[in-house]
Design a protein around this ligand. Structure first.
Ligand code: BG6
Length: 475
């Protein structure tokens, strides 16, 4: 195995360093990079937050999930700066502390993204004279098409697209990156990856966790905005894109943007929204969504969505993509199912077989990452009877995955200037454009109830049954 090179030295400036993301994901990921020998010894971390604090307080906060010699080495290089993200004085103070390469990581509430970038630009902190200046922006990137376009304009007025790293943490998952290899590294898959052989595609991101303590954020966001134009569309893009002519970031991002742009805006008739009522999910008692802290009593927010998506390219003409995601469901299951067309049964007419189980390729993204291929085989015995059989590859059986947050590759890529796994402005806007009719329509009415711990609302089953198809079981 080739080993990656040590990343260039840089200062990580984390806005919102006292928050949950910095402690739960960023710090563990940086420690894992340090453990892998991928961080330059001159790497520094400068955390900014509005509360009173000092270097020790920040180190204590970030120490939550990390320990060992690698953490101890990084710990010494962490400093704290108190400041208000909306005040010029913070950026003037920051300017005095920075030189060389800098990564500005916006781990803040989304309302601050535009303001921070504007201040950074005006303070000259994004000028790349003495080293690179890169900005990492978390999601949600906008809350609809107009706000995403406005945010892109605001940011791009201060920095070039090559300086902007819009995070979609799904792209940090090893198995998500493997989709491209599974598709383009295998003649066998790519040859049948089109409307001639594929009947339909299902993309599922089912979670057992409920909204819990995230009521405030979630009630303003909902399942559609939280998961679809970003995470699920990134998966759709990886499955649906045309082959790029290299793994070069621009080549890959252009093909992804093209397929997202080919998604026909989704009509309310082709979508279902759900909201969980009380039940048991993931082994825990879950109160009804409406009884969750910080959720409005008259909330219309959905915790589940399912939709039928048309990708209007030659490759996918007539092949629906069915997408669904939800909270408090029966199992955690993120998967992509490529369902192939049924084989003609004529050959079997004098046998007990009157239909053949369709082939399906299941890319299991979590948990138990792997790939399964379902084929028809003959049941042993004198008669020609067919049954489905499963060929299965498991990542955990084949490789030592270790404990990773999914952010390691993303942070490393920011340091080395590799943008493939980050969203370009046009991809983001394409995702919002496709779901905008649902955002508009769902300002009225309310979601269909489903019991926490179930597989989702009955309407989602009806949506796909309408086309004579069924969802793969969430398991
Ligand atoms: C986040 C959403 O972006 O993705 C969460 O805001 C969701 O609501 C999470 O739970 C799912 O990510 P993962 O990696 O746990 O599947």
């Amino acid at each position: 195995m080739k080993t990656a090179a040590v990343a260039p030295a840089a200062t990580f400036v984390i806005f919102g360093a006292m928050g949950d993301l910095a402690r739960r994901l960023l710090m563990p990921a940086l420690v894992n990079l340090e453990a892998g020998g991928l961080l330059d010894p001159a790497t520094r971390i400068l955390g900014i937050s509005h509360g009173a604090g000092d270097d020790e307080a920040l180190r204590k906060h970030l120490a939550g999930l990390v320990k060992g010699a690698d953490w101890k080495r990084l710990r010494k290089r962490i400093t704290y700066l108190q400041g208000d993200f909306t005040e010029e004085s913070l950026f003037a103070a920051l300017a005095g502390q920075l030189e060389g390469n800098v990564v500005f990581y916006l781990a803040t509430a989304p309302g601050f993204f535009g303001t921070i970038v504007e201040h950074l630009g005006k303070a000259g902190l994004l000028d790349e004279g003495s080293g690179f200046r890169r900005v990492v922006i978390e999601k949600p990137f906008g809350s609809d098409l107009a706000s995403a376009q406005a945010l892109n304009r605001q940011i791009l007025a201060q920095a070039g697209e090559t300086q902007i790293y819009r995070i979609d943490h799904f792209l940090g998952k090893e198995t998500v990156q493997n989709i491209l290899v599974a598709r383009f590294g295998n003649a066998m898959t790519e040859a049948v990856w089109n409307s001639r052989y594929v009947d339909h595609v299902q993309i599922t991101a089912a979670e057992t966790v409920a909204v819990g303590s995230r009521g405030k954020f979630y009630d303003e966001t909902g399942a559609l905005r939280d998961m679809v134009p970003n995470h699920l569309f990134q998966l759709l893009a990886l499955v649906g894109m045309e082959p790029p002519n290299s793994f070069d970031a621009e080549a890959v991002r252009t093909e992804k943007a093209k397929v997202i742009a080919a998604v026909r805006p989704i009509l309310p008739d082709d979508a279902v929204r759900g909201r969980y009522s009380a039940g048991t999910a993931g082994g825990e008692e879950v109160p009804a969504y409406l009884d969750t802290a910080d959720v409005a009593k008259k909330s219309r927010t959905e915790t589940y969505v399912a939709m039928k998506v048309a990708v209007e390219t030659w490759r996918w003409h007539g092949v629906p993509f069915y997408l669904r995601t939800g909270k408090a469901l029966s199992a955690r299951d993120t998967e992509i199912v490529i369902r192939f067309r049924e084989a003609p049964v004529t050959l079997f007419r004098d046998t007990p077989t009157d239909a053949l189980p369709p082939n399906q390729l299941v890319l299991q993204l979590q948990p138990d990452e792997g790939i399964a291929l379902e084929l028809a085989v003959k049941q042993p015995g004198p008669l020609v009877e067919t049954v489905p059989a499963r060929l299965h590859f498991s990542y955990a059986e084949q490789f030592d995955l270790g404990h990773r947050t999914g952010y390691e590759t993303l942070l490393y890529d920011v340091l080395i200037g590799e943008q493939t796994l980050f969203q370009r402005a046009d991809q983001i806007e394409g995702g919002w454009r496709a779901v905008q009719p649902l955002i508009d329509a769902w300002r009225k009415g309310k979601p269909e109830e489903y019991a926490a711990g179930s597989a989702g609302p009955a309407g989602a089953d009806a949506l796909i049954a309408r086309d004579g198809r069924a969802w793969n079981r969430i398991a």
